[in-house]
Write a protein that binds this ligand. Structure first.
Ligand SMILES: [Zn+2]
Length: 164
């Protein structure tokens, strides 16, 4: 699914990952007739172009993305749409089991999955940080609104160089 300048997050995330012990990759993992696929897509809630169809190239991580062998993989939204990586994925429990209290989030898209994951991270009791240069949004307006909403609930912001 196209997000403007999405490729620019790859080197940022690749670099920042070196500084963390636990890495989690989350991905949409949709059935081919998923409820969120709209024709024509509106690029907002409930109406997206087909994306991240299970076992298709569109669901693969980009070849230039470094995916550590021991990274936790969270697949979400098989039938329903699920923006948050915390939505019925067991992620909260897995992080708690590792005694993790602080999380840093980067990825796509700032105004949808990143927003929902960050807000759920705060709700789940994690000290939650958004790596701003490691994220890109679908539209400038909804991205601004999402950043304000995240800040209001207690998400902290940093840049990737702060992770070093
Ligand atoms: Zn999706």
């Amino acid at each position: 699914m196209p997000v403007p300048s999405a490729d620019q997050v790859i080197p940022v995330v690749n670099r920042a990952m070196c500084h963390f012990d636990t890495i989690v990759f989350s991905r949409d993992w949709h059935e081919s007739d998923h409820c969120s696929f709209g024709m024509p897509p509106e690029f907002r809630d409930g109406s997206w172009p087909p994306h991240c169809v299970q076992d298709s190239p569109g669901a693969e991580f980009p070849g230039s993305m470094r995916v550590p062998l021991d990274a936790l993989l969270i697949s979400k939204g098989e039938t329903e749409e699920s923006y948050s990586a915390f939505g019925q994925t067991g992620l909260k429990e897995q992080l708690r089991a590792k005694r993790i209290t602080r999380i840093f989030i980067a990825g796509l898209a700032t105004d949808y999955c990143v927003r929902a994951t960050a807000i759920d991270g705060v709700r789940a009791g994690f000290d939650t940080w958004l790596v701003t240069d490691g994220c890109r949004g679908v539209s400038p307006e909804s991205t601004q609104a999402a950043l304000a909403e995240m800040e209001a609930v207690g998400v902290h912001f940093c840049r990737s160089e702060d992770c070093e």
